[in-house]
Design a protein around this ligand. Structure first.
Ligand SMILES: [Zn+2]
Length: 264
């Protein structure tokens, strides 16, 4: 331990000296802007295994040899804010998921893709309409953009959960399997410390503030009583957890991180 501590200290000292050294020293040791690869250690019995990240590369899905149906992955989107759908389309307007059929609530699609509604929106909201239209465009052109109403069944074992308020057609997807349930709730919560204990607190990105608050108030008790797992994009890592009722509202109980594949 002492030896490791000394080495860490030496490394730290070197970093400090590099920062405050003479110009000659800096010239001899130029800055490096490439990121350092990472490593991860784990114990396997008495063995210590060290995984090294030595780089990354793009894997072309066409290299897979599975049948086409196995490679298609339907995409269900909670709403059309670009931080939730941006990965669907490349910067130059091409479909990333070329086999995928994209599903979105009709109310959501009608709102964000409407030039008339966009024209009446405040100036600083225009970017949201623009990005939604740009991301949806190649899927619309390919006939792979599908809308649904709240009462439809799109997939066995999946229930649509209307969570409108954040956006007009904001939708959660609840999957059930073997007695367990997980709800992908989109942007029901952005800031868990405040919004779980004060459901009335909304965010500037909510289109309908009153409806967003009402949705939370209606949803939370059910999630607690049914111990539903929640997948929340803006929740702390790993973004999966449950709600727990406390005297002053609710708290987030995150799934415990483990490097083991837990059957639970
Ligand atoms: Zn959003």
């Amino acid at each position: 331990m002492l030896d490791r501590t000394s080495r860490l200290f030496a490394a730290f000292l070197l970093a400090v000296l590099a920062g405050f050294g003479s110009q000659a020293a800096q010239a001899a040791a130029p800055q490096h802007h490439a990121q350092a690869p990472g490593f991860y250690r784990m114990k396997v019995g008495d063995l210590e295994v060290t995984a090294l990240l030595d780089g990354s590369a793009v894997f072309d899905l066409h290299w897979l040899t599975a049948s086409k149906p196995a490679m298609d992955d339907r995409v269900f989107v909670t709403h059309l804010h670009s931080d939730h759908i941006g990965g669907l389309t490349t910067q130059d307007g091409k479909r990333v998921c070329s086999n995928a059929e994209v599903f979105v609530s009709k109310a959501e699609s009608d709102f964000w893709l409407s030039p008339e509604i966009a024209a009446k929106a405040p100036k600083d909201a225009q970017q949201f309409f623009l990005s939604a239209r740009g991301i949806a465009a190649p899927y619309l052109d390919a006939g792979k953009w599908h809308t649904f109403s709240d009462s439809e069944t799109l997939l066995d074992g999946m229930k649509l959960v209307s969570l409108h308020g954040h956006t007009p057609g904001h939708t959660g997807y609840e999957f059930s399997s073997q007695g367990q349930t997980i709800l992908f709730w989109g942007d029901t919560i952005h800031e868990q410390l405040l919004q779980l204990s004060h459901a009335d607190i909304t965010v500037v990105f909510d289109i309908d503030h009153a409806a967003a608050a009402a949705t939370r108030k209606q949803l939370f008790p059910t999630l607690v009583s049914e111990a539903t797992l929640i997948a929340g994009p803006h929740m702390p890592f790993p973004g999966i957890g449950r709600l727990r009722k406390e005297a002053n509202g609710y708290v987030w109980a995150p799934a415990i991180y483990t490097d083991l594949w837990a059957e639970r």
